[in-house]
Design a protein. Structure first.
Length: 45
């Protein structure tokens, strides 16, 4: 019983982290790239 509980807990943690990073990582990358392009355009002029 303890093994199955820990298995489901680890599975829940894994799913939560995969969804969390799957949603947050591309958003973070797009924000950084947008900030970088705006910064470069601002300083090139």
């Amino acid at each position: 019983m303890l093994n199955s509980y820990s298995f489901y807990f680890v599975l829940f943690i894994y799913l939560f982290l995969s969804i969390y990073f799957g949603l947050l990582f591309p958003l973070f990358i797009s924000l950084v790239s947008a900030y970088y392009t705006i910064y470069c355009k601002w300083h090139s002029n």
